[in-house]
Structures are given as C-alpha cells and as structure tokens.
Ligand binder design. Structure first.
Ligand code: AMP
Length: 531
C-alpha cells in the first residue's frame, strides 16, 4: 500500500527546496512573503480547472487562483446554527482579568485590550462576534499581537485560559490575508503525481499538534468556528479511529490540520499529508506530549521531513509548565521567540479552592460518596483514578450506588469515549471517572468539582487535573485524597497550596518537612516546575 506513494515524496521535497531557495534569498526575511502572491509564488500560474475539471473535492472546486481568501464566502444558516449554538456559559472575567501576564523577549509587540485593537480582517471579526467573545482573555491579549507580528512564541498558559483562540485567531487571520500561495499549485500537481484523481496529497498551511484525541477534537471544533465563511478547510486526525474515514475527509481538502503526533506520522508515511507549505506550526500542551513519549514523532514531523525550517515557518508552543525538556524543544523549534508567562508558570489558579484530605485506601469509596452528596447531584464532578481497571471498578461501584456516572480511559473505544464525554457535558451523567491521559486537555467549562481519588505522582499532572475546574474565571473546587502512598508529591503539593493561598493541613506541612529532611540527606530531587 505504501509503495504507491513512494515517488511522490521525492517530488514534494524538490518543490520544497526550490521554494526555500527562492525564499531564503529574500532580504526581508518576512515569513509571510514565502506564500505571498507578490513574490514568485505561482499562484496565478495554475490553469483554473486544469486539474481534471469537475473534481469531486470541495477544495478543488472552490480554490481558484483568482480568489481572494480575505473575503467571506456565502453565509450558511444551518452551519452557522450548528457551529455557534453552544455559546459561552458562565464566564467570570472579573476574577480572570487580574491574572498577571509577563512577556519577555526582544522587541515584544504591545498587548491589546480589545479584539478591535488589532487588524484581523472581516472573516475573523464576524466569527468572533458569532462566538460572543466580547473581549480577549489575558493570554489572547498578549499572544494575538505577538503572532500577528510574525514572532515565534513560547507561552506558559493556564489550562482553560483561552489559549486555543489565542493561536487560532491570528494564524487564521494571516492565512486569510495571504491566501494559499504555492500550496494550491502543489496540492493540485501532487494529485497528478499520484496519477489517481481524488487521492491527492494534502498540503496544509498550518499544523496544530496536540497530545490527545479529545484535545485535538476540541481545537478542531474551535477552528471550524473561526474558519466559518472562509476558504480554509480544517481537518482533524487522531489515533484510535478509522483511518480510512480520516483519509477521505482529508481528500476533500485540508488547509489547517489538527493532529495527534502518531497518527500524523502515519498519514505522512502513507503520502496523504505533505508539510512542505506548512508555514504555521503550533504545539499545544507540549509538556504533555513529551510526557506521553511523543518526542520522536514530533521531531520526525518537524525536523526530519519537508516542513519549512524554523525562521521560515512561524512556530508557537503552549505548555502548562516549562520543564527542562520543553526548554530544549523551544530552543530547537523556535526562532528568537517571545516568552509569555500567564499567571505564575506551573502554579494553579486562585479561582480553584484546593483541599487535601487524608483518606486511607479502604475509606476512599465512602468518602467519595459523602463528597458527591455534599456537592449536589447535578454539578459536574470529575473523579481521577490511577488505572484503567480502577476507573471501571469505581464506575461500577457508583452505578450500583445509584449515581448517574460514566468513565473515560484508554481502553475504551474512541466512540465510547466521545459518548461518555457527551453524556458528561450534557449533564446526563454528571460524574465522570477518568484516568489522567484520557482527560487531558478537556474543555468542559462548568466542572464544579475535581476529585483526585488517586493523586498523581508528579505535581505537573496535579496542576493539569485541577485545571479542569475553575476554567476561564469560574470558581472551582478540587479535593485530593492523600495517604502514605503519596509521599513523593508532598513537598510540591505544599508549595502549590501555599502559592495559591490555600488552606494547608498541618499534617501536610509536617510531612513535607520530614520528606525534605530525608531527601536532603539522600540528595534530591525532581522539581521541574519552572518558577
Ligand atoms: P481554552 O483554554 O482554549 O481551552 O478555552 C477555554 C474556554 O474559553 C473555551 O470554552 C473557549 O470557547 C472559551 N473562550 C476562549 N476565549 C474566550 C473569550 N475571549 N471570551 C469568552 N470565552 C472564551
């Protein structure tokens, strides 16, 4: 199956090299010039309809050389309803606005205070209005002008801070202004190289890498909103789902691709995706991708294929924490970047009330029931457990006790996971039992209570988990069950509680003191939270 596509990759590489040569020779080093029609890009050189005429792909039909990508396409009432019906629920910006933001780097562009302060074009502005985002969140205030100014960005932002729109808005805005450039011609001739109409390789202009399917889907949904009435077609590919279906969707056209690393490598090796013209690269939850062991795939995608190198492409990395490995990735992938710290890096929000309670393993279930009863039946509660087996067992237990609950973990099929999420979000099953990996990056705006039935072994994971509540300025509650088994997280947990001005149990202080003392004598430590 792979053999069919072998030659084509060679062809793609040549195109890329030519494009680089002509680009690098430009003295202005403006990244956008790479695809700017004003340059040598053969946007007009391709004959309209020259590729097979009628075409069964939306993109081939719609992407003509003379089109102005900055102008909105026709409105579609049904689609508009579908995309924007959800709206925003209960966002409490009063709490959120105080979050400090610090931008460091050479010639850092000034932040904005309203979406109107920066020129993002007609399409973006009308889609912002449709989403009913009235003003930018702190990360958006800083990241939007930085990205619009074509600067690389490393952003340490809180979960739920509005970081998805922070990168999607300026990236899409630039794509609308610049149009498809050479990618349009390459996409069409890629099809000819294949010799098979309808099996064309796609050349996305922007790539967003995310650690989990759920996060990838969320980013994709947000991208669909901001791509409404534009010529940009977003696609999403992730593992664990039918690849054939994803390939068929890609073949309908793909200008912005959201992907998990493993599945993208697969698509590249099958000759379905070429990154030769991918001028915008976003790594979302980069720390998590590394934790999940995706570094080889990420490097394969970014450094060992046909993606334009750093300095030519624009690269944005988002991460909740900034440990050493992320600093190295930033050094390798970013060019003269601006560092953005939103809130205190690695810290948790003061919007979340954090409680740590001592609960022996044998008492956890009954303690959980007490908590659930106290929070009220209808508030969304996310319960984290360590293992997939543990998740199933706890779900069964709660079910038998008469609670409407569901679960999400790596052994459940993609369909089951999506269904579980849907049931949770809609409130039909207001209790979701989850393992950490499965729940990463979920944007469920009104989670009231996060319960660490089992605490994680590292503090970064803790920060991510409790970040599921208190999102975008809402108040949230996080309760963690602690016992002898959690000794290794004691000190970091104490630091986080103190920093977020939370009540600290005295036993935790004593334990932390003991641990510190012990590890001082042994030589410690692992604390890769950046402060
Ligand atoms: P994120 O951090 O990207 O997962 O975003 C968290 C939530 O905030 C999502 O539900 C977004 O739709 C919402 N959101 C993002 N930006 C804004 C904004 N400027 N105004 C209101 N809601 C927003």
């Amino acid at each position: 199956m792979f053999g069919v596509y072998d030659n084509k990759d060679g062809g793609g590489w040549n195109t890329t090299k030519d494009a680089y040569t002509s680009f690098v020779a430009r003295p202005d080093r403006g990244k956008s010039a790479f695809f700017n029609n004003g340059g040598t890009a053969p946007r007009g050189s391709y004959q309209r309809g020259g590729f097979g005429g009628s075409g069964n792909s939306r993109w081939v039909e719609e992407s003509r050389d003379d089109e102005d990508w900055s102008k909105p396409t026709q409105a579609n009432e049904r689609l508009e309803q579908e995309l924007f019906a959800g709206g925003n629920t209960g966002i409490n910006f009063d709490n959120y606005d105080d979050i400090p933001v610090e931008a460091t780097g050479q010639n850092c562009p000034h932040h904005i205070d309203s979406f109107q302060d920066v020129e993002m074009g007609e399409i973006i502005m009308s889609n912002i209005a449709l989403t009913r985002y009235t003003r930018p969140t702190p990360v958006q205030k800083y990241a939007i002008p930085i990205i619009k100014n074509k600067r690389d960005l490393m952003a340490c932002a809180q979960t739920g801070s509005g970081k998805t729109a922070a990168f999607l808005l300026p990236v899409l805005s630039q794509i609308y202004t610049e149009g498809p450039g050479e990618a349009l011609a390459a996409q069409k001739s890629g099809g000819q190289d294949n010799g098979k109409y309808g099996r064309r390789k796609q050349y996305p202009l922007a790539l967003v890498l995310a650690p989990t399917r759920e996060l990838a889907l969320q980013i994709y949904e947000e991208a669909r909103k901001f791509a409404y009435r534009s010529r940009v077609r977003p696609c999403v590919v992730y593992g664990g789902a039918d690849i054939g279906q994803q390939i068929r969707d890609l073949e309908r056209g793909c200008h912005l691709l959201v992907a998990t690393p493993g599945r993208l490598v697969d698509m590249m090796e099958r000759g379905k995706i070429g990154l030769d013209y991918c001028n915008y690269l976003v790594l979302d939850e980069a720390d998590r991708m590394l934790d999940m062991g995706f570094e080889p795939q990420i490097r394969r995608i970014v450094e060992q294929d046909t993606m334009p190198p750093k300095g030519i492409r624009q690269t944005m990395m988002f991460s909740a924490t900034f440990p050493k490995e992320i600093q190295i990735l930033a050094r390798d992938f970013l060019e003269e970047y601006i560092f953005l710290a939103v809130g205190r890096v690695g810290s948790t929000s003061e919007n979340i009330t954090q409680k740590v309670v001592w609960v022996e393993d044998g008492d956890k279930r009954s303690f959980l029931l007490d908590l659930l009863n106290a929070t009220g039946k209808n508030s969304l509660t996310l319960v984290f457990v360590e293992t997939k087996k543990g998740a199933d067992a706890l779900e069964d237990f709660l079910y038998r006790e008469g609670y409407a609950c569901t679960s999400i973990h790596g052994d459940r099929s993609q369909r089951d996971r999506e269904e579980a999420l849907h049931q949770f979000r809609s409130g039909r099953c207001p209790i979701l039992v989850a393992t950490a990996v499965a729940a990463r990056g979920l944007d469920i705006s009104n989670v009231k209570h996060v319960i660490n039935f089992d605490l994680p072994s590292d503090i970064e994971e803790y920060v991510h988990r409790i970040g599921r509540t208190g999102r975008v300025g809402n108040l949230g509650l996080a309760t963690s069950f602690f016992n002898d088994k959690n000794g290794n997280i004691t000190k970091d947990l104490l630091d986080i509680l103190v920093e977020a001005k939370q009540e600290v149990p005295s036993w935790l202080e004593s334990l932390a003191y003991e641990h510190q003392h012990k590890s001082n004598t042994r030589g410690r430590s692992k604390s890769n939270i950046w402060v």
